[in-house]
Design a protein around this ligand. Sequence first.
Ligand SMILES: [Mn+2]
Length: 318
Amino acid sequence: MSLTDPQQLKSGMGAVPTYSGFLSLFRRAATRSLNGVDIVSWGIPYDLAVTNRPGARFGPRAIREISSNLAWEGAAWPWGFDPFESLAMIDYGDCEFDPGKPESVIAAIEEQAASIISEVPFLISMGGDHSVSYPLIKAHAAKHGPVALVQIDAHSDTWAEDEKRIDHGTMFYHAINEGFIDSAHSVQIGIRTLNSSDHGCTVLDANWVHSNGIMAVVDKVREVVKDKPVYLSFDIDGLDPAFAPGTGTPVSGGLSTWQGQTLIRNLVDIDVVGMDLVEVAPAYDHSGITALAAASLLLDFICLRKARLDLLANAKDA
Ligand SMILES: [Mn+2]
């Protein structure tokens, strides 16, 4: 039986997995009604594709919980507006899949994401481990054509020891190879692990970011992606473990939370068509700082989305 089957309303306790279910993001309505909705947020509490520490299945819940810290203030700093006064955003709950059938999960994510974005212009996904980006990008590429990837990450995630293997370190190899990502217009930011091939992507490793500054990264992103439809994938381990300890595969020497926020706040003139934020694993977190960083990045992204829509509306009027 589907978890959305109305019969489930009176099915007693236990209809939803322990780690799943509704805690709404930024206190938005928890609903599956998509009528008139501008942005859907949802969680994908899947972490069976990690190569090291598990726990990212608890990421969406932790981000939702701490997002209430940011939801009460009204106008968001430094934007000066409350994005939810003009944007109808809902919390759709979590993607449904059977962790007892891991081979079915990719198709389940892709199918549900495709269904949402067939009705709503924008989907924000919270991981889960980074493998969830593969079906998400597949669904977005089916709608928009091959996407330019803007990836913030400690790891390239384009390793491929085995053609068939899709885990949280290989999914972008497959997405590039299968034509869902246009690597010539893609940028990887904050990388601090070795990979013998860039697979055609522009790599701005952590040393590049720290040496040149985050506004140089913004310029480079604009230069590489141009007017292509962009999929933004933010792996929280792109941040330094000092700022985001709560993740499965932390690597020292990364970005600060402020650098991540400043990057997002300055992307108004690129065409972001979808985004995810992945790999928050609360079991390794301290004082909720990783989840808070994630929620803050998401709020900045939602404000960016409003600024982008205002920019397009003004351009149309002019
Ligand atoms: Mn990653």
